[in-house]
Design a protein around this ligand. Structure first.
Ligand SMILES: Nc1ncnc2c1ncn2[C@@H]1O[C@H](COP(=O)(O)OS(=O)(=O)O)[C@@H](OP(=O)(O)O)[C@H]1O
Ligand SMILES: [Mg+2]
Length: 346
């Protein structure tokens, strides 16, 4: 089965949302950053990106039943104190649509914007098709001026069948390059059975990418979260030592890590959140597709495949590990040993 139409729509939607995010990040005002009830940051760009993806998918695929599992909801924007933020989001969305020019529509109203955000309330699951969206993955990186991604996947009968990662600040060349890189802004896209492609966000032709083929852990560079609160750096350092990884870890925000790994910039990605943290499907669906189709393997720390069919959360053993097929057995062994030696690290 081909998902060509859906992949083309997802690519358009993510690239449109990326334009809004780039504009906001350039001129990020303190007033654009707000705290959610769980104290995590959310910006007008998180909301704006969700509106644009929701809007573009519905426009591109009018005959497809529309279900979206996405990170943001409109609760805070419907309160009195959210009024100004809602105005700013509506303005940003309309400016982006007008300057893009693809969709000839009258400006969205604030109510349209709230509804587009609330499209993201779907519970997903094992039946039918569901889009899975993180409108800005790595909001902390976005606010810091670093890496972030617009991450969009599609589930069909509980399986991830396509993924698009727009990474506006990721260099087109390797993240390990010592040379200064002027060209940034990558878009990765993948569909099941079709491989993974990378293009520049400003529209170069897609090129096929593959994960690193290295069998030697000593030359495998390793990715992990920038934020130590998101993934235990101590545990990954113990695993790296066991494997004999020589290079220091590369810390990048967001699913840009999956993108960089899919083109072989690094060969291992380790993610060990603290005990009790529940991973959300939008933090991994697109990245999972991009890495898997580029020949990589994504599993939990016990080697079980990830199951995206359980609703908004992933039910996991500890952590998520990503590498190529050849390195997976030795990585699993090192992870198992490190976990039993450092039981208190999580
Ligand atoms: N405590 C904790 N533990 C583990 N993960 C957490 C935690 N808190 C948040 N998150 C999720 O991490 C998402 C950011 O991904 P990364 O960890 O790869 O980014 S970073 O490198 O640390 O910036 C981030 O995604 P966004 O919220 O979209 O930015 C969160 O979903
Ligand atoms: Mg996220």
């Amino acid at each position: 089965m081909s998902y060509d139409k859906e992949l083309a729509a997802a690519t358009k939607a993510a690239a449109l949302a990326a334009r809004l995010c780039q504009k906001v990040q350039k001129a990020l005002l303190q007033s654009d950053v707000h705290s959610k009830s769980d104290k995590s940051p959310v910006t007008v760009a998180d909301y704006g990106s969700q509106v644009l993806v929701s809007f573009a998918l519905e426009k591109e695929l009018p005959s497809m039943a529309f279900s979206l599992v996405a990170e943001e909801d409109s609760g805070d924007l419907r309160k009195e104190e959210g009024k100004e933020t809602l105005q700013r989001i509506t303005e940003l969305v309309n400016d982006t649509l007008a300057s893009d020019g693809t969709y000839d529509v009258s400006p969205l109203t604030e109510e349209n914007v709230l509804r587009a955000i609330d499209n993201g309330k779907s519970e997903g699951g094992s039946r039918g098709r569901h889009w899975v969206l993180d409108p800005i993955d790595g909001t902390k990186g976005f606010v810091r001026g670093d890496q972030y991604a617009i991450a969009l996947g599609l589930l069909d009968e509980g399986k991830v069948v396509l993924g698009v990662l727009a990474c506006p600040n990721l260099p087109l060349g390797s993240v390990n390059s010592k040379e200064p890189q002027e060209k940034v802004g990558c878009l990765f896209s993948a569909q099941v059975g079709g491989g993974t492609y990378m293009q520049s966000l400003d529209g170069s032709s897609p090129v096929k990418v593959h994960v690193s083929a290295t069998e030697n852990p000593e030359e495998a560079s390793l990715f992990e979260s920038y934020e130590a609160a998101h993934s235990s750096h101590d545990l990954s350092s113990s695993i790296a030592k066991k494997l004999g990884v020589k290079a220091p870890p590369v810390r990048i925000d967001s699913q840009a890590k999956y993108g960089a790994l899919s083109r072989g910039d690094g060969a291992i990605y380790l993610r060990f959140p603290h005990k009790g943290y529940r991973e959300k499907i939008w933090d991994h669906a697109a990245g999972y597709s991009v890495v898997t189709e580029a020949g990589g393997v994504v599993s939990d720390a016990a080697g079980n495949p990830l199951d995206f069919s359980k609703g908004r959360y992933l039910d996991l053993d500890t952590g998520i590990i990503v590498t190529n097929q050849k390195l997976m057995p030795s990585l699993l062994k090192a992870v198992k040993e490190s976990l039993s030696e450092n039981a208190s690290a999580l």
